[in-house]
Structure formats: structure tokens, C-alpha cells
Design a protein around this ligand. Structure first.
Ligand code: NAP
Length: 524
């Protein structure tokens, strides 16, 4: 008998009334569990979260809520083995890849617990200092941030069922805003189990944390003006969210984290096989293969001087040769599956689309699957492409527009000693989450940074002195901003306490300085 996972809404566990949707093991093809939200009373669920959860959370101070995040992270830590097992079965990931999601989520939660503990024991935050409005200093302006009196609807992508949940829920709950989580259906099991463990532990007030698994139908219709929606997923679904009447007519605040064609750049002055070269090669290989390339931050485009094109291709290909692909239950396997048949087919069709404008420098066919049936499993080896042509690489446009959400990346050569050409090519990605720059000359690295910050949310600058200290291109650290302009969705998440802004309303208070002096963060 296949288990039907419950939803937690309006303060109680409730099953859907339909037959549900099956979650599948992408390596074995077996059915694991089912999810269903048919027939749930969504209006009551949202009202309960807003009224009961929101009100209880707002009565607590920031450090009190931070302590709850800390307690939740301990509960999750204690159940980690179970989460690894679910990830193995439902996401087809090897242990190291599961860690990026599971441990990354717990680390993010505990980081917000620490950040929140440092805030004043208050119910609102001051934003900036008093500002003079005229000559007489008795009448001034002070900006105040108060938690929004609504609910945060968190809609997540399939590739990070743990991290995607906690990187959104932690700042929302710390802000005092209740959350309703809608995980991507394909991998909803892990999210549901983590939420269940935290709810069962009785840490948060009832209504602070809810989960609805299954169809997204009707969720956006519930939103009211003070609610917010934080979305992670494809550009296509993002467009639907943005054009929903809740957003266009009720001004529901929306944050979008969408797809992104991220890049890595080797500076013009680098030489074959020097330290910067090797660092780029190693990181590109890791980015292509961690979570089978199913990371929104993964390096998709590799910009190198034309003279180094072949050397970089050979070095990456040599490293890719060592990547063993197949069933993550086998200890020798380094790369597991993509999440399901739909994604597998999408990787193959995206690859075919890119191949019309590129050459294959390393073929997936070099990788024989280990303990995985090539006809039924969703496993594929990594593919490295390149855009070198007699007329230069400018004509190949698809590589800048197409996110193949799998183990695929493309080398794009730029004219030797022509950094401007490299920057022009990078900008054709129309806004990305992250770019990495590799070089040994600190002056050159510092010079290129402001050329990239307008079109990226994060710049990962790698020189040999930090080769063992850096946190990696694709790892999203809670202390640093996550999100990117343009095509990447235009959203902003994390960045330490900056993340709280999205869940607060800012108001200017114009009053006697005597009144303003009483608006101390520690007052109720
Ligand atoms: P998706 O198909 O767009 O789905 C994302 C989420 O939206 C899922 O929970 C989905 O539910 C839900 N959804 C679908 N239609 C909806 C609607 N009409 N109204 C409300 N919600 C709706 O994306 P995905 O395939 O799960 O994720 C892969 C994409 O996410 C990639 O393009 C990747 O780059 C991007 N991503 C971006 C980031 C980032 O931080 N920028 C992080 C991770 C992934 P169902 O699953 O039930 O359809």
C-alpha cells in the first residue's frame, strides 16, 4: 500500500480527497509515496495561518522567534539519516549531493537563528536614523519596519526540497510572518517530512507553519494585499505568478527566483595549467556534476581566452572522465539521476537544441551507467560543449538563452587579450544569479568586479590565495545575497538580515522627536 502524504493546513493534518500524484524513484522507476491536495479548504487554511499563526508569531520578539528556528534546526539535525534516505530514493542523489540540500537547509536555518538572536527583543525594527524635515529639529522622520500582517506563500522548485524550504521559511518566521509551503510535486516528500517533524515537535505556534502538497491550483487565488509570495522555479511559471490578479490588482508582494545561465570567466592574462586555470577547471567539473547539474546556480557558460580553448576543454574532459554515473546506492557512483523522466527528456532536448550551434567536447556516451538501466533510469553522463568556429563565437546565441537543467556546460572562447569581448558575451545571459572570475592578479580581479555587479546577484572572485577558503561557485551562503536581475527573476533572498525586508512593511513616521524617541526597538 503506497502512503498518501498528509497536508498540514488550518492547524491539522488532512489528506486530499483524490487519488493523488505518484512520486517516483528516478533510478529504479518505482512508486514511493503519493501527494494530493484535492478538496482542501484553502480559504480557511490561509485565514487560519494569517490570523492564528500570524498573531501568535507577532506577539513574540525577534530573539524568541530565533530560538524557535534554533530548536527546529536541532530537530532536523536529529532526523538527518531519514532525510538522506528520502533524498536517495526520491531525488536519486549521492550523499554529497544530498548534503548540499539537506545540510545546506539546516545550516541556513541555524544561521538565521544566530542572526535573530542578535536582534533587539522587540516587535519591530528601526530603519535608518532620524531625518530632519525642516529647520526645526523638533519635527523629524523615522522609518520603521513591521512584520507584514499576512501570510507568506512559499512556492518551491523540485531541485532543493530542503534548502529551498528553509532558506525562505527561516527569514519569514524570524520576521514574524506565518508560512504556507507548496513544494514542487516531484520531490515533495522530503519537504513534507521535514515540516512534519518540526510541527510534531511543537516548536512554533499552531498556524505558523503549514504545508500543502500536490496541485498549485487555487493557491494564488487566496492571496490578500498584505500577503507575500516567494517563488522559485522556471521562467514560464514565474510569468504566470507575476501576471496573477493577486499581484497585478492586490499588490501582493512577489519575489521571483527563476532560471539563470550562469558563467565562469578565466581572465585574459591567465596561462594554461597555472593555478587559476586549474581552479576554474576543477570548479566547472564540480558544477556540472553536483546534483547532476540541477542547480539554479550551476555554471552553464565558461568564458576563456581563445588561445586556451583546447587546453581548458581537454582538462575539463579529463576530469569528467573520472565521474562515475548511475545508482547512488552504489558507493563508487559520483553522480546520480536527474529527478524524473520529464526532466531527463528535457535535458536531452535542450542538449540537442544547443548541439545545433556547438561541438561536443565531452560526450555523455563515454559514461557507462553503474547499476542503472539506461532504458528506465533517469541517469545521464555529463556533456561538455564548445562554440568555437572559424567566424568566432558571437553567432552562437542559444548558449546564452538556454538553461539545460542537467550536467551540461558550454565553453565560449573570447578574443585573446579582449576582456571587453568576454564581458559582452557574459551580458548576453541577460542577468544571472552568479558568475565566477578566475585570475591571479588582484588588481585585474578588482577591476572587473564592477563590470559584472549590474547583471549578477553574486560575484565569486577566485584567486589562488583563497583556493581552499572559498565556499564554491554554486553554494548559496545565507550571509550573501541570492538572486539575480533580469532573466534570473529580479529577486533577492538571503544576504543575512537583508532577507527580513521582504517580510516587513516599511513606513515613515513623522512626529515630534519626543514621540520618536519613544519608538525604541525594545518597546512593545
Ligand atoms: P516549475 O515547473 O516552474 O515549478 C516550480 C514550482 O511552481 C513548483 O512548486 C510547481 O508546482 C509550482 N507551480 C507550477 N505551476 C504553478 C502555477 N500556475 N501557480 C503556482 N505555482 C505553480 O520549476 P521546477 O521544474 O520545479 O524547477 C526547475 C527550475 O527552477 C529551473 O529552471 C531552475 O533554474 C529554477 N530554480 C531557480 C532557483 C533560484 O534560486 N533562482 C533555485 C532552484 C531552481 P508543481 O511541481 O506541482 O507543478
Amino acid at each position: 500500500m503506497i502512503e498518501l502524504l498528509s497536508n498540514y493546513a488550518a492547524g491539522k493534518w488532512q489528506g486530499g480527497h483524490g487519488t493523488g500524484y505518484s512520486l517516483i524513484d528516478p533510478v529504479l522507476g518505482t512508486e514511493l509515496v503519493r501527494v494530493d491536495s484535492t478538496g482542501l479548504d484553502l480559504a480557511t487554511a490561509f485565514a487560519f495561518a494569517r490570523n492564528n499563526g500570524g498573531s501568535a508569531l507577532r506577539h513574540l520578539t525577534y530573539p524568541e522567534r530565533a530560538a524557535m528556528l534554533g530548536a527546529a534546526s536541532k530537530v532536523l539535525q536529529a532526523n538527518k539519516d531519514l532525510y538522506y534516505d528520502i533524498s536517495l530514493k526520491n531525488s536519486g542523489t549521492v550523499k554529497n549531493d544530498t548534503a548540499v540540500d539537506v545540510d545546506g537547509g539546516i545550516y541556513t536555518l541555524s544561521t538565521y537563528a544566530k542572526l535573530g538572536a542578535s536582534l533587539s527583543a522587540s516587535h519591530f525594527l528601526l530603519d535608518g536614523d532620524l531625518a530632519l524635515l525642516g529647520k526645526d529639529p523638533l519635527f523629524q522622520s523615522q522609518h520603521l519596519l513591521t512584520p507584514t500582517r499576512g501570510v507568506a506563500l512559499l512556492i518551491n522548485a523540485f531541485n532543493f526540497p530542503s534548502w529551498g524550504l528553509w532558506e525562505k521559511a527561516a527569514p519569514a518566521l524570524l520576521s514574524g510572518v506565518p508560512v504556507i509551503v507548496k513544494p514542487a510535486t516531484a520531490t515533495a516528500w522530503l519537504t513534507q517530512r521535514m515540516v512534519k517533524d518540526v510541527i510534531d515537535a511543537g516548536i512554533f505556534p499552531v498556524g505558523a507553519l503549514s504545508i500543502i502538497c500536490g496541485s498549485s491550483a487555487g493557491l494564488m487565488d487566496q492571496l490578500e494585499p498584505f500577503d507575500v509570495v516567494s517563488f522559485t522555479g522556471s521562467a514560464e511559471t514565474a510569468a504566470i505568478i507575476r501576471s496573477h490578479p493577486a499581484v497585478t490588482q492586490k499588490s501582493v508582494r512577489v519575489n521571483i527566483e527563476a532560471d539563470s545561465v550562469n558563467s565562469a570567466l578565466l581572465l585574459p592574462s591567465e596561462r594554461s595549467a597555472n593555478e587559476s586555470f586549474e581552479l576554474l577547471v576543477k570548479e566547472v567539473t564540480r558544477e556540472m556534476t553536483v546534483k547532476s547539474g540541477q542547480k539554479c546556480t550551476a555554471i552553464r557558460r565558461i568564458f576563456v581566452p581563445d588561445s586556451l580553448y583546447e587546453a581548458v576543454a581537454q582538462a575539463i574532459s579529463a576530469r569528467l572522465d573520472k565521474i562515475t554515473v548511475g545508482n547512488p546506492r552504489n558507493e563508487s557512483v559520483r553522480m546520480g539521476a536527474v529527478v524524473n523522466r520529464e526532466q531527463f527528456n528535457s535535458v536531452l532536448s535542450g542538449l540537442a537544441f544547443l548541439q545545433e550551434q556547438t561541438q561536443v567536447l565531452h560526450s555523455a556516451s563515454k559514461h557507462t551507467l553503474i547499476e542503472a538501466d539506461p532504458t528506465t533510469s533517469c541517469c545521464t553522463g555529463p556533456t561538455l560543449l564548445g562554440t568555437r568556429s572559424a567566424t568566432g563565437s558571437d553567432a552562437a546565441d542559444r548558449v546564452h538563452d538556454t538553461e539545460v537543467f542537467g550536467p551540461v556546460a558550454t565553453i565560449v572562447p573570447y578574443r585573446n587579450n579582449d576582456l571587453d569581448h568576454a564581458l559582452q558575451l557574459i551580458r548576453r545571459g541577460q542577468g544571472s544569479l552568479v558568475t565566477s572570475v578566475y585570475g591571479h592578479d588582484h588588481g585585474e580581479l578588482a577591476k572587473v568586479v564592477p563590470e559584472l555587479t549590474d547583471s549578477h546577484g553574486r560575484i565569486h572572485v577566485i584567486s589562488p590565495d583563497i583556493s581552499t577558503l572559498n565556499t564554491g561557485h554554486g553554494n548559496v551562503m545565507p550571509q550573501s545575497l541570492h538572486g539575480g536581475p533580469g532573466r534570473a527573476g529580479g529577486g533577492e533572498e538571503l544576504g543575512g538580515l537583508r532577507a527580513l525586508n521582504f517580510y516587513h512593511r516599511r513606513a515613515a513616521v513623522q512626529a515630534s522627536t519626543s514621540v520618536l524617541s519613544l519608538l525604541k526597538p525594545s518597546s512593545n
